[in-house]
Design a protein. Sequence first.
Length: 239
Amino acid sequence: MNVTDRLYFRQFLAGVDFAVGDAVATQMVNYVYAVGDRETGDAVLLDPAYRPRELLTAIEGDGMTLRGVILTHYHADHAGGSLVGHHIDGTRELLEIVDVPVHVQATETPWVSEGSGVDDGSFVGHDSGDTVEVGGITVTLIHTPGHTPGSQCVLVDNRLMSGDTLFLDGCGRTDLPGSDPAEMYRTLTSRLAGLDGSTWLYPGHRYASAPSAQLVDVRRDNAVLAPMGAEQWLAMFSR
Ligand SMILES: [Fe+2]
């Protein structure tokens, strides 16, 4: 069985596919992803915010067992924690149900620790290019700073889960604590530039009508990826 046949992959839209009736989830339109190996039944959840028990039940209903969590970055709508006065359940509450490792970029660890309340002993801090084995499926973590210091994109079988680094239209904000517009420019023009155009982009929010798109199309249509120098890019897009 090849990787594509073995790959278990689900995209959950907050407020629609789970956390139905949750006003914050409905407003924030986050995507949560599940990645796993259909042959071994091992799976990980990526950014399991809002209703972690529902997400766990969904993958267990598919015959999968949770082996870990991957966080794209520390923000509460992805990792869980406090968002402008609202508490969002997430990684900490999930770990109260099932004790699994939490994979983050090493530079994001203190931010996630403070924001989510997850115990430091649960984190596995990674460098760019590190891989996580989920059964027989290899997941590659790419450090993509800019939105936050340790933002990461997650690549598996020609699919890039991009968190708040890159959307189908636009990119993540660069005016938040830990943001760095110059790093975002380098992420978009260098760190993600080598990915093949056939790669499917799966973003962290539904800010476009389509749930995903191929990079060849995103590179053509997304203004933040238009060819330009750093000075012009920063003048146009840093906030
Ligand atoms: Fe974010």
